[in-house]
Each structure stands twice: as structure tokens, then as C-alpha cells.
Design a protein around this ligand. Structure first.
Ligand code: ARG
Length: 469
């Protein structure tokens, strides 16, 4: 879709905006100030915005019906030309707005020169970016929904799969793999909601603000907003053309989303290593080594983890871009596009990768179970048992610590110690019902409340989660 750009200067042949100058633009400056290489991506939004603007101009008698029809037909032709790769973008025409307007004048003559009445590239570009980000968010939210479904499915088939839960990356307490996956789901749901929230705030129309002060044609902004699917219009013309807070907000939400993904991916990398071997990743999402024939590298999760860095960078770039800018529009804002576009693409690509990978993660259930058995992960359950027998929790903690020390020295699990060994010298509070508590199943089943790891609760959580997708 990206078309090649002609870099030949054509300052004299129209669209140069240089009526007040006595010399042509410096060749370097022309290339330096142009944005066409990257803002051509906005052509659909630019054309949709122009059609809505022209439609409104006809209703306030700036254009006749015949002129409007000519402009709309011309813009549709240009859209087809761009989609067919037939429009040669020109650097001397600076950006997507000037390129399209210039082509319109080439196609339909003087009527094309009326399109820009009551409009500036300042409100035009602000509108284009908002439209582009809005449809990008819609696509991303759709992808997030697919990933949420994939996570819920995998969690459902692992609602009873026992694994160690970790703190400090040390086995801590038994949990189910389904419960762990639903933690990822919760993060993802908030990430989706942040994008939806960002969409709400950005969906206000800048057009009508013109350069910065509004336009003397009394534009019907509500009509343009309606035609373009905006919820309302930007209330202040200076703010409308100058702020890019919506782009910053999007990058912040995206940085957070990638940060979450980096955590899941880190776990996938760890768990798929020979050392953990908790999961097997699908071969088609792994790569080989150029030298070590035995290697199966988790490149995809590693790369997602790595891509967090570039999106965090885009957030900082946009914050810094906006910092200290006086009102209203400044050319600085042209620099908003590349970070924003790359953040959109990066999030979309990471979601695509995870949507493909997650349903094919295979849980190595026996390995997870063995790892849970060796980690004294029911020690807290033993302490809780003692509390139920009226031992204060701090004392219980101490007693269990001694039992763990004994088990370590004997090379046994807690559940392999006798009642006498568990009690320690001179104690008798622990009875044979302790073995119900020391099993992994007993421990997990006892966390039977909203948000707990009991399989029945995990299943309920999954059902509630599915209703939010
Ligand atoms: N390419 C410009 C941008 O992205 C369009 C707006 C130009 N406006 C101006 N006053 N120079 O910001």
C-alpha cells in the first residue's frame, strides 16, 4: 500500500503555498519538512473528512450541489487511484492533505480549489488522526476479544491442572494453571477497557476549528460530526487543532498492555525451558539455532517481551513532543504520527502472535504436579490447620517452619512426615486429619471463594469473564 514518493521539487506547479515568498523552498527543507512518506497512511480518513466537509459546505451555500457532486466524484476517483497504487506521491506537496487536494484540482479544475474553504490543514490533520486511531482501536479491541476467548478456553481446560504458584519465583502455594491464566485474562480485560475509554475521549470532531480561531462561514459542525461518526465536536478551536493527548493516552494504554504481555511472555519463556518444562509451545511459533541443532527457541514470546521497549519509547516521545508547546498548532505535531502508527502496528502484531500461540500452548501436567509436590507448597495450609486448632498464627508459623526444616533434613515432603514428626517434641495438637489438608487437592479446594484458586471458583470466574468479552 505504501506508494513510492517522488522527490523532484515542483514548487512552481501549484500547491506550493509560496505566494508571499521571493524564492523557492530550499531542497533540503522541502524534504525535511515533508510528512508524505508516513502520513499517506491517512488517505482514507483524509478523503472521508473532505467529503463530509464538502457536504456541509453545500448546506451552508458555499458549494452548489453540482460542485459538491464533482468534488465527491473526484475524491472517490483519487481513493481508487491510491488503493490501486496509481497515485505518485510528491514530496514537494509536503503531506497527504496537499497531495490529495492537488490531485483533485488536476482532476476537476477550479471547483477543486473551493474544497479548502473554511478549513485548515490544522483541523484537517487533527480530524484524520482521530479517525484513524478510532478505527485502529476498533480493530485492536476486536483482537483483544479473540485473545480473551483463547485465554478463557485454555483456562477452562486447565481448571483442575495443579501447578505451583510463585512468589519471588520460589514455589509458594499450589494453584491451578487455569487460575494463573485467568490472571492474564484480567490484565487483558483492563487493557481493552483502557482502549475503549481512550476511544470515548478522542471521538470529538476538530473540523470547524480551521487554523485555530474557527471559520467565518458558520460551519455546521454537528452535521460534519454526525457524518463522520463523532459523538460531538471539540468545544474549543485552539484545543481542537493543537492537543494530541488522545495519542499520548493511546500510547500509555498500549505501553501498559505490552508491559502485561511482556510478563506473560517471560513466563512462557521460563516455562518452556528444559529447566521448568511446564508447557510446550507450538513448533510453528518457535525457531531453530543456526549452530545448535537441538535448539527450539521461544523467539515469538521473547520478541513480544522486547517490543515493550519500543512502545514505551513512543509514549515518552509523544509526551516530550507535547511538553511546553504553546497554543495552538505547531509543526512539532507532525512528529506525532510515526510513534503513534508504530504503537498501533506493534500492538496489533503482538496480539496476532498471541492469538495464534495461546490456543496451542500445551500444559505438561505431570511436570507441573511434580514441581508442586517438591516445594512444601502446603506449608501455609498446615499453619492454617493449627490456627483452626486455636494456635495463634505466629506460633503456628514457627511450628510449621520447624516441620519444614525436619522434612528438608529427612529428604521428605511434609505429607510424608508422621503425626509425631509434624507435632515435634512435646506437642500433640496435630492429628491424623492433617493429611486431608496437606494434599495439593485439599489445599486448592479450600480456597473456595470469589477470586480464589479452587477449581469450582475458577470455572465460575471463567463464566463471568466470558460474559465480558
Ligand atoms: N503535515 C502536517 C502535520 O502533520 C499537517 C498540518 C500542517 N499545518 C501547518 N500549519 N503547517 O501536522
Amino acid at each position: 500500500m505504501e506508494n513510492s514518493t517522488s522527490q523532484t521539487p515542483h514548487a512552481a506547479d501549484g500547491g506550493s503555498l509560496r505566494g508571499r515568498f521571493s524564492e523557492a523552498t530550499d531542497e533540503f527543507v522541502q524534504v525535511f519538512t515533508a510528512s508524505i512518506d508516513f502520513d499517506q497512511r491517512l488517505f482514507r480518513e483524509d478523503i472521508a473528512g473532505s467529503i463530509a466537509h464538502a457536504t456541509m459546505l453545500e448546506t451552508i451555500n458555499v458549494l452548489t450541489k453540482a460542485e459538491l457532486d464533482q468534488i465527491v466524484a473526484g475524491l472517490q476517483t483519487i481513493q481508487a487511484e491510491i488503493e490501486g497504487g496509481r497515485l505518485q506521491w510528491r514530496v514537494d506537496l509536503e503531506d497527504v492533505h496537499m497531495n490529495i487536494e492537488h490531485r483533485l484540482i488536476e482532476l476537476i479544475g477550479d471547483t477543486g480549489k473551493k474544497l479548502h474553504t473554511g478549513r485548515s490543514r490544522n483541523d484537517q490533520v487533527a480530524t484524520d488522526i482521530r479517525l484513524h486511531l478510532r478505527s485502529s482501536i476498533d480493530g485492536l479491541v476486536e483482537q483483544q476479544g479473540q485473545l480473551m476467548t483463547a485465554l478463557a478456553d485454555l483456562a477452562e481446560s486447565n481448571a483442575d491442572t495443579i501447578m505451583p504458584g510463585f512468589t519471588h519465583l520460589q514455589a509458594a502455594q499450589p494453584i491451578t494453571f487455569g487460575h494463573h491464566l485467568m490472571a492474564w485474562f484480567e490484565m487483558l480485560r483492563r487493557d481493552r477497557d483502557r482502549l475503549l475509554d481512550c476511544r470515548k475521549r478522542l471521538n470529538q470532531l476538530p473540523l470547524g476549528a480551521a487554523a485555530l480561531a474557527g471559520s467565518p462561514y458558520k460551519p455546521n459542525r454537528a452535521l460534519v460530526a454526525e457524518l463522520l461518526g463523532f459523538d460531538g465536536v471539540c468545544e474549543n478551536s485552539l484545543d481542537a487543532v493543537s492537543d494530541r493527548d488522545f495519542a499520548i493516552e493511546f500510547c500509555a494504554a498500549t505501553a501498559l498492555s505490552l508491559t502485561h504481555m511482556s510478563r506473560w511472555c517471560e513466563e512462557m519463556v521460563l516455562w518452556s525451558s528444559q529447566q521448568f518444562n511446564f508447557i510446550t509451545l507450538p513448533d510453528r511459533f518457535c525457531t531453530g539455532s543456526s549452530i545448535m541443532p537441538q535448539k527450539k527457541n521461544p523467539d515469538v514470546p521473547e520478541l513480544i517481551r522486547g517490543k515493550t521497549g519500543r512502545v514505551n519509547g513512543h509514549l515518552i516521545a509523544l509526551l516530550t513532543l507535547m511538553k511546553s508547546q504553546p497554543l495552538a498548532y505547531n509543526k512539532d505535531n507532525q512528529e506525532d504520527k510515526e510513534p503513534l502508527f508504530d504503537a498501533i502496528d506493534t500492538l496489533a502484531n503482538c496480539l496476532t502472535a498471541l492469538i495464534g500461540m495461546v490456543p496451542n500452548i500445551q500444559a505438561n501436567k505431570d511436570v507441573m504436579l511434580d514441581a508442586t509436590l517438591i516445594g512444601f507448597t502446603t506449608a501455609t495450609d498446615l499453619a492454617d490447620y493449627l490456627v483452626r486448632k486455636n494456635v495463634p498464627f505466629r506460633d503456628a508459623h514457627e511450628l510449621v517452619g520447624q516441620a519444614v526444616q525436619l522434612a528438608v533434613s529427612l529428604g521428605k515432603g511434609l505429607e510424608e512426615l508422621s503425626v509425631e514428626e509434624l507435632n515435634g517434641p512435646g506437642q500433640s495438637v496435630i492429628e491424623s486429619d492433617i493429611y486431608d489438608v496437606l494434599t495439593l487437592q485439599g489445599s486448592i479446594a479450600s480456597r473456595d471463594h470469589l477470586g480464589g484458586t479452587a477449581p469450582s471458583q475458577v470455572r465460575k470466574a471463567i463464566a463471568r469473564a466470558r460474559a465480558t468479552i
